[in-house]
Design a protein around this ligand. Structure first.
Ligand code: FEO
Length: 169
């Protein structure tokens, strides 16, 4: 069964959203590099790479289902931020928006009884829970560290260790 034109269009949009997220995370990483936060920079760099992997998963899925890939333009992301916390808050807002788009895709797939797409999307539904939790936890820690440079530097180190342990699992 070929994918419907409606799902094809929605998946093409999702490919664009994932590439935009990758672009935005790379820009956040550059901000942290400029400000000598090596751990936060690494966190965002790896997140950028993960988003690219997500985009390519959707891309490959669309090809496998006989759909036509139409890549969309990517807008320039924000490149300057007020604080470490504001970067992570932007990240959380971005992830929440991605989650909503995945839920919208899921609803279309359910309405069309396209169970292959429903099954494919389940991985993304679970992934979004993990991603939102990781960013929310970091925001909570950053709130506790507010006004304390030593704690902020410890969190920068923690971010580095956290991503290194994710990468080894
Ligand atoms: Fe691909 Fe962070 O969502």
């Amino acid at each position: 069964m070929d994918i419907s034109p409606k799902l094809e269009a929605a998946i093409n949009e999702q490919i664009g959203i994932e590439f935009s997220a990758s672009h935005a995370y790379l820009s956040m990483s550059a901000y942290f590099e400029r400000n000598a936060f090596d751990g936060f920079a690494q966190w965002m760099r790896l997140q950028s790479e993960e988003e690219r992997v997500h985009a390519v998963k959707f891309y490959q899925y669309l090809i496998d289902r006989g759909g036509v890939v139409r890549l969309l333009a990517i807008e320039a992301p924000n490149w300057d931020f007020e604080s470490v916390r504001s970067v992570f808050e932007s990240s959380l807002a971005q992830e929440q928006s991605v989650t909503q788009h995945i839920y919208d895709l899921y609803k279309i797939a359910m309405d069309e009884s396209d169970f292959a797409t429903v099954s494919f999307l389940k991985w993304f539904v679970d992934e979004q829970v993990e991603e939102e939790k990781a960013v929310s936890d970091m925001i909570d820690k950053l709130k506790m560290a507010e006004g304390n440079p030593d704690s902020l530097l410890l969190l920068d180190r923690y971010a580095l260790e956290q991503r290194a342990s994710d990468a080894s699992n």
